[in-house]
Design a protein around this ligand. Structure first.
Ligand SMILES: Cc1cc2nc3c(=O)[nH]c(=O)nc-3n(C[C@H](O)[C@H](O)[C@H](O)COP(=O)(O)OP(=O)(O)OC[C@H]3O[C@@H](n4cnc5c(N)ncnc54)[C@H](O)[C@@H]3O)c2cc1C
Ligand code: SF4
Length: 480
């Protein structure tokens, strides 16, 4: 690896003292990987048993060739490891950082099953692609021979960026429309910088722009053009708009100043990280400094909010969740991280009302108990009468999850078929919506999901769209 000012080589004997248990060694590696320790990466990769059935790959939504690139890494053949990892993913270093590996690849590692702690696959994946960027092994995006057809992608999150990457490489003219000023979707404005550094996302966007992908920022479909107008401009369209309607809390006082939406809070923090002027942060609305913060919700967004509040210097941070620890949707790894940082989890608790006249001053909390399983199979929480109490708070962050916006109305496209949850309906063979030549990918199809699934959808849509466009081009030639 080329020497750089920030590189530090770590003594592997210090990194893995012989007597530390395997699980602890795995945790060590997470930290070590952040400091670029090739030897440690090779050691960690060498722990892979190369078992007959690669359960890790099976449970990776991209079916990455994990054992093969682990073996190459263990042998010090980093460039080949990178090339193999890059063959199935458009953003391996991003997935390596933020996939909930404990639920995917690492959670299905046979070494984990044998009680020795999973191979830290995500960290190795991050390491080899970060190394590739440093070494200049990441190839520029080279467009294939011009096909004379263009596509329009609505939304520049991981799903839209993946389609842009793969379709540009096939020789299509690619336009990406996004309502934000910067590309990346939730990679840029949702996920906090301490989990995913923003320059990592921006260099991916820059690579696409350098390869000829045309980005239209501050362009909101529904406001700046209807879906029909975009269809007239392009040979095919992909809807990759994600899900952005926050789930509401119905409780007295919820409209008080100081009760804010999670995504507004995280976006302000991420914008601040970019060095933007953020009046809502500067006037204290989205700044937790010195405040008693209560975050409501038990998913990964709630975890990101509590951990951001800690970093902003909150006086205290509590997370209210209506079920118990075992029944929360968020990653257990994230809960552990948050607890270690001083966050207090208040399980089996839900807000009943918000105190305060001009500004929120506290949350009236009802204790909950778990009743019979609900439609999702999880035990439904119900209030425990007479258990209410007050928690003081001067910043309350609502993080109950997101639903799709009403796209047929927003896009002025009444024939765009949606499910009863508002997600866009697609034919799972063609990945096309009810409108000819309009495809869809990512959260807007699945509901709130994961980056790695958005990448997978982007990959699948690119294949199907390519087939569709080839037929369309042939039909055009015949008609001519
Ligand atoms: C706070 C938070 C933290 C998360 N953390 C993780 C994590 O750690 N790991 C993980 O795997 N997943 C995480 N997720 C989920 C993950 O971010 C999403 O599953 C993923 O980003 C979905 O990708 P997407 O491309 O479908 O949509 P998005 O990333 O949401 O991108 C959609 C894009 O479409 C644009 N758009 C929307 N409507 C329009 C319109 N009308 N016109 C033009 N543009 C439009 C938006 O501006 C946005 O840029 C997190 C989600 C949140 C909210
Ligand atoms: S993409 Fe995610 S699930 Fe797949 S190998 Fe990488 S970290 Fe694991």
């Amino acid at each position: 690896m080329a020497g750089g000012g920030t590189l530090q080589f770590v003594d592997r004997t210090q990194a893995f003292p012989a007597k530390r248990p395997a699980a602890a060694r795995a945790e060590d590696f997470r930290e070590i990987a952040d400091r670029y320790a090739p030897q440690a990466a090779e050691d960690q990769a060498g722990r892979c048993s190369q078992c007959g059935v690669p359960y890790c790959s099976v449970h990776c939504p991209l079916h990455n060739h994990i054992p093969d690139w682990l073996r190459l890494t263990a042998e010090g053949r980093l460039r080949e490891a990178y090339e193999l990892s890059n063959a199935t993913s458009t953003m391996p270093e991003i997935c390596g950082r933020i996939c909930p590996q404990d639920r995917l690849c690492e959670g299905n590692c046979v070494i984990e099953f044998s009680g020795h702690g999973a191979v830290t696959i995500g960290s190795v994946e991050k390491f080899i692609t970060d190394t590739a960027w440093e070494e200049g092994w990441v190839e520029p995006l080279t467009p294939g021979p011009d096909r004379g057809q263009s596509i329009g992608i609505i939304g520049a999150g991981p799903a839209g960026l993946t389609v842009a990457d793969l379709m540009r490489a096939k020789g299509y003219e690619v336009h990406v429309y996004d309502r934000h000023d910067r590309m990346g979707g939730l990679l840029t404005y949702g996920i906090p910088g301490f989990k995913l550094e923003k320059h990592i996302v921006m260099r991916r966007v820059d690579r696409l722009a350098d390869g000829g992908v045309i980005f239209h920022s501050n362009f909101e479909v529904g406001r700046d053009a209807s879906l029909e107008e975009l269809q007239a401009r392009h040979d095919a369209i992909v809807i990759a708009t994600g899900v952005y309607k926050p789930r509401a809390i119905k409780a007295p006082g919820v409209g008080a100043a100081g009760v804010v939406e999670s995504l507004d809070y995280l976006t302000a923090s991420n914008r601040k990280g970019f060095g933007d002027d953020v009046p809502g942060f500067d006037d204290g609305t989205y700044n937790a400094l010195g405040k008693h913060v209560v975050v409501i919700g038990g998913g990964d967004t709630a975890m990101d909010c509590v951990r951001t509040a800690v970093r902003q210097g909150a006086a205290s941070v509590r997370c209210l969740y209506r079920r118990d620890r075992a029944n929360m949707p968020g990653s257990q790894r994230e809960v552990k991280n948050a607890e270690e940082e001083g966050v207090e989890f208040v399980w089996l608790s839900a807000p009943e009302a918000f105190h305060g006249t001009d500004k929120v001053a506290g949350v009236q909390v009802a204790k909950m108990r778990l009743g019979d399983p609900d439609a999702s199979g999880r035990r439904a929480p119900e209030p425990d009468p007479g258990s209410e109490y007050r928690l003081d708070a001067d910043l309350v962050i609502k993080a109950l999850g997101f639903d799709p916006e009403e796209l047929p109305r927003l896009f002025d496209a009444p024939d765009l078929s949606v499910t009863r949850w508002g997600t866009v309906r697609v034919d799972h063979k063609t990945m096309m919506t009810s409108l000819d030549g309009v495809f869809a990918a990512g959260d807007i199809v699945r509901g709130a999901s994961l980056v790695v699934w958005a990448v997978r959808d982007g990959r699948d849509v690119s294949d199907r769209m390519h087939e569709y466009l080839k037929v369309k081009a042939k039909a055009g030639k015949v008609a001519a």
